[in-house]
Design a protein. Structure first.
Length: 257
């Protein structure tokens, strides 16, 4: 009697259908990421990892995704993406390997007037693929405040305002900090979001937003100008999404290069 264990994944498949992506989703994993102020930041990411499956192979070897990942978590992960994906691609004999990462990233912010420090979290992403070379997008979702120019113009007093999200994703030819993308977003809205405000700060942000009304279209156009002027950035994707306070729907704009 043979002691060998059948390897069903390696069986031939005669349906002649390749699969674009096959792998593991929702892998919770510790990460070390670049931090502009503190050099590194420890966080936790949700990882989706895939390879392309050729038409003649029945399945992939799911255990290898985690087995290979385990080698690469003790250093800055963005530096490990290329060797990780290359090893995954070669181990699974795939044409392409992919990874999508979502993680919280914390930045220390000072209230605008009282200057009290507190931490604000930003949802960030790395999206990478490797065939013959690494293709990498980094991204961040930045919460901001927007105030409606039309509402201000037509109202005798006041104007409707709301919390909004600006999404920026970029490809680059020279390293771009997440903080740089955050700064671009926070300088392209009616007012920044702060995790802690005293009354003197609340007065400031209320008046700041009122003095800087912006449509979603304004945000996307202003950001386009800034990203086009940054020689490090080769491609970009921008979204502006307002959670309208006077409607049961959102206002939205998008631009890509």
């Amino acid at each position: 009697m043979s002691n060998s264990i059948p390897d069903l994944q390696s069986q031939n498949d005669d349906r002649n259908i390749g699969i674009d992506k096959v792998g593991v989703k929702g892998v919770r994993y510790p990460l070390i990421v670049e931090d502009k102020i503190n050099t590194i930041q420890h966080t936790i990411g949700d990882l989706d990892i895939y390879v392309e499956l050729p038409h003649h192979t029945r399945g992939t070897h799911m255990s290898r995704f985690i087995q290979i990942l385990n080698k690469y978590h003790e250093d800055k992960f963005i530096d490990q993406l290329e060797p990780f994906l290359k090893e995954l691609k070669e181990s699974l004999k795939a044409a392409v390997a992919y990874i999508d990462i979502q993680f919280p990233y914390f930045v220390k912010k000072h209230a605008p007037v009282s200057k009290i420090e507190s931490l604000l979290s930003y949802n960030c992403t790395f999206n990478a693929s490797y065939d013959q070379e690494l293709k990498l997008w980094i991204g961040v979702v930045v919460p901001v405040t927007t105030l409606c120019p039309c509402s201000k113009e037509i109202s005798q007093y006041g104007a409707h305002n709301q919390r909004s999200e600006i999404t920026i994703k970029v490809c680059y030819n020279s390293f771009v900090w997440l903080e740089d993308l955050i700064d671009y977003a926070e300088s392209s809205c009616s007012c920044e979001i702060y995790p802690l405000l005293k009354r003197i700060d609340e007065k400031y942000v209320t008046e700041m937003a009122y003095n800087n009304p912006m449509f979603v279209e304004d945000i996307v156009r202003d950001l386009t100008i800034k990203l086009e002027a940054d020689d490090r950035i080769t491609d970009y994707y921008i979204e502006s999404n307002n959670f309208e306070s006077i409607h049961n729907h959102n206002a939205y704009a998008m631009k890509r290069k």
